[in-house]
Ligand binder design. Structure first.
Ligand code: PRP
Length: 183
């Protein structure tokens, strides 16, 4: 049987540890939005956020809606630092919607910094951010998420939605990739 486990140097965050932290974040989100009568929208950014999103939406007790956007940064044909919207959020009116952007990881901070401004301009009642992982050492713009699962060192991590060359997203933990795989 083919397996990707041999490409992993070590497990940084186990599934159990991740689940525990997501339960805590879910409770924090519940209490933050408890007294509102607005719509709360969990907005996942494809593709890395899908596993975290699936867990998070099961761990909030307040009623939430879900939706997705897809963006790309510094891809072929784009200027370094620019963000392209590949799949937009299509809603007629966001004035009664509190958006929580759901990300797997923040590196430079450019994606979330851009999206928060973009969704506010689209008329959202409020825009907050939650990320499973944060790598502050890689920050290029000043950005601080509202909720963070884990602050991690600047290592090449995969699993739990995160990929290298589109592989490893389905691994049920966050692992550090062996350097010989990507160098
Ligand atoms: C990753 C991640 C964030 C972004 C963070 O997405 O999911 O969206 O990069 O980087 P930044 O803080 O430097 O902007 P990626 O472009 O790898 O796409 P994917 O989610 O489909 O893997």
């Amino acid at each position: 049987m083919k397996t990707l486990i041999n490409d992993i140097d070590h497990i940084l965050l186990s599934e159990e540890k991740i689940h525990g932290r997501i339960a805590e974040i879910g409770a924090e989100i519940d209490s933050y939005y408890a007294d509102r009568d607005t719509r709360v929208l969990l907005l996942g950014i494809l593709k890395g956020s899908v596993v975290f999103m699936g867990d998070l939406m099961k761990n909030v007790k307040i009623p939430v809606e879900i939706d997705f956007m897809k963006v790309s940064s510094y891809g072929s044909g784009t200027t370094h630092g620019s963000i392209n919207i590949l799949l937009d959020l299509y809603r007629k009116d966001l004035s009664n919607t509190d958006i929580i952007i759901v990300e797997d990881i923040i590196d430079s901070g450019r994606t979330l910094s851009y999206l928060v401004d973009y969704l506010k301009l689209k008329g959202a009642n409020s825009v907050k951010t939650v990320t499973l992982l944060d790598k502050p050492d890689r920050r290029e713009v000043d950005f601080k998420p509202d909720w963070t699962g884990f602050v991690i060192p600047n290592e090449f991590v995969v699993g739990y939605g995160l990929d290298y060359d589109e592989k490893y997203r389905a691994l049920p933990f966050i692992g550090v990739l062996k350097p010989e795989i990507y160098s």
